[in-house]
Write a protein that binds this ligand. Structure first.
Ligand SMILES: [Zn+2]
Ligand SMILES: [Zn+2]
Length: 329
């Protein structure tokens, strides 16, 4: 398909006649002044004047001696005879985008000015984050010595109890575990995909520099996000799972012992129970002699045992409030 070609417009600044045609009116029909081809402009959308049978030969050149615009094919200025060589060609106007009869913003995105203005912000943000980080680290590192009294000794021993039983779970059906039963299905959104959704089109108007512009139709495929559904399986499966914790507690004078465990059932059938992981903890309750603030610290059993109840010690406390347990003296 041949390009659609239209007249650029220009205004005569000598006599004030506006809307003159760039291609067919090289001089002002009113006063005879030559066209200033550097100030051509696009017509309003819908007011384009077509150039029939146009043959593009190249952008005009401006005579350096008398400022007359000359067609690319002219070897000499049609006004003063100055040769074409050494003269610069007409400055092109920025492309214009027209969609559904109105203009679309078409500012070049790689303009240097906004980039410069933007470049300082990340540095400022980085600096602010750095300052906050330093202050936070400072607050965490700063410690002061306080006097504390040992208020109580506590030991805790726990045994996790696991039970082999039906657990209700769900999973994508392509990852259904072996042994699943009572399976039911639902359709659920698993992911999304991009699907083509028609064309987005506009006209690009390109200044040709010879008093005309051509219109190029540009289209690209639009996409929309669509959910992808899949089968979700809801099922029961028999497996070992954490059921409860058996707990034993005492003070300095009670010999630490593991809690008595009574399992509800044995073996590997449904309802069977077994012992899981064991954990023990030896804690001291400390009280700030001045402020009365309480702290709790865990130690290895021998150290815990070596510190007497009601004895007085010094310990470091962070500015943010927590005790540095290993600093107890
Ligand atoms: Zn004029
Ligand atoms: Zn000339």
């Amino acid at each position: 398909m041949a390009d659609r070609v239209y007249e650029m417009l220009w205004n005569c600044t000598a006599c004030g006649t506006n809307g003159l045609l760039g291609k067919s009116q090289r001089r002002c029909p009113n006063c005879g002044s030559p066209q200033d081809e550097s100030k051509r402009y696009f017509p309003k959308p819908g007011e384009e004047v077509a150039v029939e049978g146009h043959r593009f030969e190249g952008a005009d050149w401006t005579c350096g001696a008398c400022t007359t615009p000359n067609g690319a094919a002219a070897a000499f200025c049609q006004n003063c005879g100055n040769p074409k060589e050494g003269n610069k060609s007409a400055k092109l106007q920025t492309d214009r985008i027209v969609k559904d009869g109105s203009l679309v913003d078409n500012k070049p995105k790689d303009a240097a000015a906004p980039k410069k203005a933007r470049s300082k912000l990340p540095i400022l943000i980085a600096a602010a984050v750095g300052v906050v980080g330093v202050v936070l680290a400072f607050l965490l590192l700063i410690k002061k010595d306080v006097t504390v009294d040992i208020m109580a000794h506590t030991w805790t021993r726990s045994i996790a109890i696991e039970r082999f039983d039906a657990v209700h779970e769900s999973a994508w059906c392509d990852a259904l575990p072996g042994g699943a039963y009572n399976v039911s299905h639902t359709r659920e959104e698993r992911s999304t995909k991009q699907v083509a959704d028609g064309q987005e089109c506009h006209d690009r108007q390109k200044d040709q520099g010879d008093g005309t512009f051509k219109v190029v139709n540009e289209c690209k495929t639009k996409y929309k996000t669509e959910p992808v559904y899949d089968d979700k399986c809801h099922f029961d499966v028999d497996r070992w799972h954490h059921q409860r914790d058996e707990l034993a507690k005492g003070g300095l004078t009670d010999a630490p012992q593991w809690p008595a465990v009574r399992l509800a059932g044995f073996g590997t059938g449904r309802g069977a129970e077994r012992e899981g992981t064991r954990a023990e903890k030896y804690s001291l309750q400390l009280r700030d002699a001045k402020s009365g603030k309480e702290h709790s610290c865990d130690y290895a059993e021998p150290q815990w045992r070596s510190i007497a109840d009601r004895s007085r010690h010094s310990i470091q406390v962070r500015l943010l409030g927590t005790a540095v347990c290993e600093s107890l003296k």
